[in-house]
Design a protein around this ligand. Structure first.
Ligand SMILES: [Zn+2]
Ligand SMILES: [Zn+2]
Length: 108
């Protein structure tokens, strides 16, 4: 058992990543803050606004599958996505494929 440096909870070792003194939960929000500049409250607010569902496919999100989607250019956070949508969106943008292009292609 270890005490988390951030939330002060006494938790089993499995709740910590190796050599870290923050529990996985706190660690995750620290990562999110560093990467996307949003706080735990922001994240929870978004989660509630989306009713715990992926912003794109509407799949119900289990906590561990939530990804913060952000605009790579502006850094603006767009929403929370499931792993699949997040990966696919990233790949599309990487290859410069826009939704407009896809729709156009499908119409033909
Ligand atoms: Zn903690
Ligand atoms: Zn999705």
């Amino acid at each position: 058992m270890k005490i988390c440096n951030t939330c002060g909870k006494l938790l089993p070792d499995t709740e910590f990543t190796t050599e870290r003194w923050d529990c996985k939960y706190c660690r995750r929000f620290k990562d999110i803050k560093r990467r996307y500049g949003i706080t735990e409250e922001d994240y929870i607010r978004m989660w509630k606004a989306q009713e715990g569902k992926c912003a794109l496919c509407g799949k119900e999100l289990k906590d561990e599958y939530l990804y913060v989607d952000h605009d790579h250019k502006t850094g603006r956070v767009r929403g929370l996505l499931c792993h699949r949508c997040n990966v696919q969106l990233d790949e599309l943008f990487e290859h410069n494929v826009t939704i407009g292009k896809i729709q156009e292609y499908l119409k033909e």
